[in-house]
Structure formats: structure tokens, C-alpha cells
Design a protein around this ligand. Structure first.
Ligand code: G3P
Length: 232
């Protein structure tokens, strides 16, 4: 099970990777347009993301719409990011063609903005390492985003493909929990969502009780109290 951070904000990436064992960072044109600092060139931004990620996987997306343009974009992205990169290609006809060719060159590809199991099986046939359904966008069509992601994942396993479903675009913790419980192999979430996934008011209450009971008797943290100086 892989967990990625959906961000191109260098500060968010640095702070999040310092405190959680994530597997890398996902970006797309919307995220980069939103998060890239004004004072940076895109080349510098991608180089910095690589530095912050170390050898973790970085996802970056093409912006051309025709297959040749996508392939050129992909080669430039691979060069600019360096290291472990997966090239995101939208699940449109030219995206599948570009995926097939890039995968044939040994470049990792992700078919993204996928809505259906048909797109997922075609992504797998093209040699994609990942297929990324947009959970909330599927929900917004009055469909069931988490159920679609789980169905994609089950179908790829049933047919023996190594392609991993990378579920993206979450609005609620429950959506994330449903796809993970359903066996989806990877999710990408924002830093805010990570906060939601870790927090629970019940747990907070328990910690407050631990502290209260401890401080009724002791005035120091446990690390300052471990000397052995008494016998009974
Ligand atoms: O990784 C995909 C994600 O960034 C899309 O998010 O917020 O546009 O649904 P959103």
C-alpha cells in the first residue's frame, strides 16, 4: 500500500516528508499552477521537488494533447525531474497511445483522470504502472467514486495486471478509508487530508486524560524520571 502527497508546494512537501513515511509526491498542471512559487522557474521547482523527495517517486503530468507532444513533454519532464518519475497522461485516446510508446521505452507512466474500468484496463494494456481515478469527481457525477476505484483494482488483479490503482481527489476521510479497505494499492492525499486521517477527538480526549492523571502525581516527563533509586 503506497501513500503519496498531492502537492507541489515546496514547504508543504518538506514539512510533510519530514514527519510521515510517504512514498512520494503527485503533481498535475492544476497543482503546479497553484503551488509553484512565483520566484521559481518550473525547472527549478521540479529540481527542488526531486531534492525534497530524495529517491521517492515523483509524478508529473504532460500538458500537450496530441501523442507526439505528450511524448516530447514526457522526455523533458524525465530529464528535468531526474530519478524515479512516473509520467501522468490523461485517459484520452492520445494519452493511451503515448503511454504505450513511453512504457515501451521503459518510462513509468500513469494514466490519470480515469473514470471507468474500461479506461483502467486499457491503461494496463498500455503498460501503465498506475491508473488514477478522481474519486470526488466521480462522486460528483452521482456515481460512487470509491466503489469505482475498488472495482478497477479488483479487475486489474483478476486479470493479473501489475498496474496499481492510485486513487486521487478526496474530499472526505471516509472516501480514503473505503478505497484502502477495498484493496486499492495507492492513494494520493493533500496535507490537510493527512491531518484529518490522523486526528480523532476520541484519541485527543484519551491523551488529555493520560496527561491529567500523570500530572496529578508527577511534575516531570517520563524521560526525566527513569533513574532507579528506591527499594521496597
Ligand atoms: O491528484 C488529483 C487531484 O489533485 C485532483 O484534486 O482537488 O482537483 O479534485 P481536485
Amino acid at each position: 500500500m503506497r501513500f503519496f502527497l498531492d502537492s507541489a508546494n515546496p514547504t508543504t512537501i518538506k514539512d510533510t516528508l519530514a514527519v510521515l513515511p510517504l512514498d512520494g509526491v503527485t503533481t498535475n498542471p492544476t497543482i503546479i499552477a497553484r503551488d509553484m512559487p512565483d520566484y521559481m522557474s518550473l525547472g527549478a521547482e521540479l529540481k527542488l521537488i526531486r531534492e525534497l523527495c530524495g529517491d521517492r517517486l515523483v509524478f508529473a503530468q504532460v500538458t500537450s494533447e496530441d501523442a507526439d507532444g505528450m511524448i516530447s513533454d514526457a522526455h523533458e519532464i524525465v530529464r528535468a525531474v531526474g530519478g524515479r518519475v512516473s509520467i501522468k497522461l490523461p485517459a484520452i485516446p492520445s494519452g493511451f497511445t503515448a503511454a504505450m510508446k513511453l512504457a515501451g521505452e521503459g518510462i513509468s507512466v500513469t494514466i490519470t483522470a480515469a473514470y471507468t474500468t474500461s479506461q483502467a484496463i486499457l491503461a494496463a494494456k498500455c503498460g501503465a504502472d498506475y491508473v488514477a481515478p478522481y474519486i470526488s469527481h466521480i462522486d460528483n457525477l452521482s456515481l460512487d467514486g470509491p466503489a469505482v476505484a475498488v472495482q478497477m483494482s479488483d479487475m486489474l488483479k483478476l486479470h493479473g495486471f501489475g498496474t496499481t490503482v492510485l486513487a486521487a481527489s478526496f474530499r472526505t476521510a471516509s472516501q480514503v478509508e473505503r478505497v484502502i479497505a477495498g484493496g486499492v494499492g495507492a492513494v494520493t492525499v493533500t496535507a490537510d487530508m493527512l491531518g484529518l486521517l490522523m486526528a480523532h477527538p476520541g484519541t485527543r480526549n484519551e491523551v488529555d486524560k493520560f496527561n491529567e492523571n500523570w500530572h496529578k502525581r508527577f511534575d516531570k516527563p517520563i524521560c526525566e524520571m527513569l533513574t532507579v533509586n528506591a527499594s521496597i
